[in-house]
Design a protein around this ligand. Structure first.
Ligand SMILES: Cc1ncc(COP(=O)(O)O)c(C=O)c1O
Length: 443
């Protein structure tokens, strides 16, 4: 039996140099095909700049190859951060009820407002941003944060400069490359030309030294951070907002993991005074309510946020949502509204607590082995340091000897070299089993 969250990968076939979806020819086979007609359309030069493989498919390929090598192994995935626990009934019932009503004249609804249904926008403003002064008109409901990152890039265009934490979630840089904001990949340092990589390591308490970072138009900032698991403190976020205000930059603040914060670290950038003039916030119910497959998120663009010419950023974002999106699924929005009801909120918090307990187990496992371990208290991710070793080597050793999938830290940027990331998104029994095996390997 395979205990993992990579079920979708299981339908894939692996060839030595490529992989494909079942039934779809692999790249190598496709190249051997006789093509009778080739278009005259040039390939997007920005797409050509992207490195061959996005991190997660690469991990999937290695997992698949491992399973072929050890067909009887019980592989446990602590790799990709996909949720595993069922969505509470109170939320699925609301979605089921809404879907069934679509079969009646009274309950049928077609397109909704592109910005999201009013009651949901209101609930997000009042529940997630209570006391932060976020208005419902500033909340744009979406199909998730990954999609919003790309829509924000579309909003900003190709002439802006960006900074990212290093290490960080790969979508910020990849979408920036696709938009044409960057130069080429530099093999020698693992960075893209034109991107400011803000080193965030244990030495600087996972917070960039802004005195050494040149100004950029946009600063992508994720807290709690994926992969390091670090939640920025209030003082750190005050500093971030100060820098953005001084430099006239826009912060794109990713708070997807805010529900995992256990201490008094801010859950939103809008807890910081002065942030509304410089920050967009992106968030979703993916990791909060197990909506990774349902798809529901939101972006907050405050009225106070303006371009250099005084034009409100929110007005342009509204235009982007109307042009490039057509509103989130009304069924998903019904589920979202149920998540934000008093009972729904309690129910989803209980599920988050399951993953937090898993994170604690993993953190304790590595701490007991005298390894340097970070994250796991305000985040579902554990970040473990293996000084002097390369991430992919550690990844391979763990996989080969324990059949546990992790993520090599270098996949999140050059600053992640020497680390691996483990995710607490799995069933508790799998976490316990993985911990046992890891203890056996490193103790
Ligand atoms: C930091 C971060 N932002 C965004 C996303 C994408 O989330 P969504 O499912 O809302 O698209 C992820 C997913 O793992 C993530 O780790």
């Amino acid at each position: 039996m395979i205990l993992n969250t990579f079920a979708f990968m299981q339908t894939r076939m692996i060839t030595p140099n490529s992989f494909s979806w079942k039934g779809v020819p692999s790249c190598s086979t496709r190249h051997q095909m006789k093509i009778a007609c080739r278009t005259k359309v040039p390939r997007n030069a920005n797409m050509q700049k992207l490195r061959n493989s996005y991190l997660f498919p690469e991990i999937g390929m290695r997992q698949e190859a491992h399973m072929e090598k050890y067909p009887d192994a019980k592989v446990i995935s602590l790799g990709i951060g996909d949720t595993t626990e069922p969505i509470p009934n109170i939320i699925t019932s609301a979605m089921a009820e809404y879907s069934l009503a679509l079969s009646s004249y009274e309950g049928y609804t077609g397109y909704g407002p592109e910005q999201g249904n009013k009651p949901l926008r209101k609930a997000i403003a009042e529940t997630i941003y209570a006391d932060m002064g976020v208005k419902e008109s500033e909340v744009f409901v979406s199909d998730g944060t990954q999609c919003d990152i790309s829509r924000i890039q579309l909003l900003l265009g190709s002439d802006v400069t960006i900074a990212v934490q290093d290490p960080t979630f790969p979508a910020y840089v990849d979408s920036s490359i696709i938009m044409g904001q960057t130069g080429e990949y530099i093999e020698s340092n693992g960075k893209y030309e034109g991107v400011e990589y803000m080193r965030c390591t244990p030495e600087n308490l996972f917070f960039p030294d802004f005195s050494r970072i040149p100004r950029t138009d946009v600063i992508f900032f994720c807290s709690p951070n994926n992969p390091t698991g670090h939640a920025a403190s209030r003082e750190q976020l005050q500093q971030l907002v100060e820098v953005a205000r001084r430099n006239g930059s826009i912060i794109v603040y990713d708070s997807v993991y805010a529900a995992y914060i256990s201490d008094d670290s801010p859950r939103s950038i809008y807890e910081i005074p002065g942030s509304k003039e410089v920050a967009i916030e992106i968030a979703s119910l993916s990791k909060f309510a197990g909506f990774t497959g349902v798809r529901l998120g939101w972006t907050v663009v405050p009225e106070e946020l303006q371009y250099s010419d005084g034009f409100p950023v929110g007005k342009d974002f509204d235009r982007i949502m109307c042009t490039c999106f057509n509103g989130a699924s009304n069924i998903a929005q019904a589920g979202g509204l149920a998540c934000l009801s008093e009972q729904g909120y309690k129910a989803i918090q209980e599920v988050v607590n399951v993953y937090k307990e898993n994170a604690r187990i993993l953190r304790d496992t590595f701490s007991s082995m005298d390894l340097e371990v970070y994250g796991g208290t305000n985040s579902p991710y554990i970040w473990v340091h293996f000084p002097g070793r390369r991430s992919w080597d550690v990844f391979e050793e763990i996989l080969e000897r324990t059949h546990v999938i992790t993520i090599p830290g270098c996949g999140f940027g050059p600053g992640g070299e020497g680390f691996i990331r483990l995710s607490s998104f799995n069933h508790k029994e799998c976490i316990l089993e993985a911990s046992e095996r890891l203890r056996g390997l490193f103790a």
